[in-house]
Design a protein around this ligand. Structure first.
Ligand code: 13P
Length: 251
């Protein structure tokens, strides 16, 4: 009942020279209707990417919580909309680490994005130290508790579980660990919003590649993937979209 979503996060990669990759990814997305695909690109690439992406949704990777104001260097949800974005990531662990963002910030950003009509991918995930200390469960529960926006609904909100130690490292949790963390996230959502939680997609993110996508995407409560490095080229990303289509077909 939850259509799988494969979202690319280009992080700080992508110039106009890479728009041919956007086009190729859009072509594959259109050919795989079982799966929803989206691409979150740098701010500067949103408008040009949206111009070539056809029906492929183009998203941002962050948004400011205010509608406008004296916030040098920041971008509002309305600006993202006008540039052609239809969604945004909030609370990514790189922003938590590099820009010291908190779960409360993610909550405010998600609410602002929703008010402006953007869909939201809200990220959570423990660090390696927290993982090694056996605190992953409590950290993720607390992040969801503090960042889940009011009125959270499957229509506009997707959760992404990204253990920080798996991002860009080539290391992934075992399938059992992924299943257990996604079950914990689902249970937390249910506690907070009841039955609506069952419609909310929970993506896995962290070193997803063509080689591991199909088994990961077949795990219970894994409703898609948030893909960094392997989303930068169609050659690496399209096989992940196809793996998601295979996993969906078998469900
Ligand atoms: P990698 O797929 O490069 O590990 O990045 C994952 C991620 O952070 C996606 O948001």
């Amino acid at each position: 009942m939850r259509r799988k979503l494969v979202a690319g996060n280009w992080k700080m990669h992508g110039l106009r020279a890479q728009l041919n990759e956007v086009e190729a990814i859009a072509t594959s997305a259109a050919a795989n209707p079982l799966v929803e695909v989206a691409l979150c690109v740098p701010f500067t690439l949103i408008a040009p990417a949206a111009a070539v992406a056809g029906t492929l949704p183009i998203g941002a990777q962050d948004v400011h919580e205010a509608e406008s104001g004296a916030h040098t260097g920041c971008v509002s949800a309305a600006m993202l909309r006008e540039a052609g974005a239809t969604l945004t990531i909030v609370g990514h662990s790189e922003r938590r680490a590099d820009q010291h963002e908190t779960s409360h910030d993610a909550w405010a950003k998600a609410a602002a994005a929703h008010r402006a009509g953007l869909k939201v991918i809200l990220c959570c995930g423990e660090t390696e130290a927290e993982h090694n200390a056996g605190r992953a469960e409590r950290i993720v529960q607390s992040q969801i508790e503090k960042s889940l926006p009011d009125g959270a609904s499957p229509d506009w909100l997707t959760l992404a579980y990204e253990p920080r130690w798996a991002i860009g490292t080539g290391r992934t949790p075992s399938l059992d660990q992924i299943e257990s963390m996604h079950a914990i996230a689902r249970a937390k959502l249910r506690m907070m919003i009841g039955e609506a939680a069952d419609g909310i997609r929970i993506l896995y993110g962290g070193s997803v590649t063509a080689a591991n996508a199909e088994p990961i995407l077949s795990v219970e409560n894994v409703d898609g993937a948030l893909v960094g490095g392997a989303s930068l080229t169609a050659a690496r990303f399209v096989p992940i979209i196809e793996a998601a289509a295979m996993a969906s077909a078998r469900n």
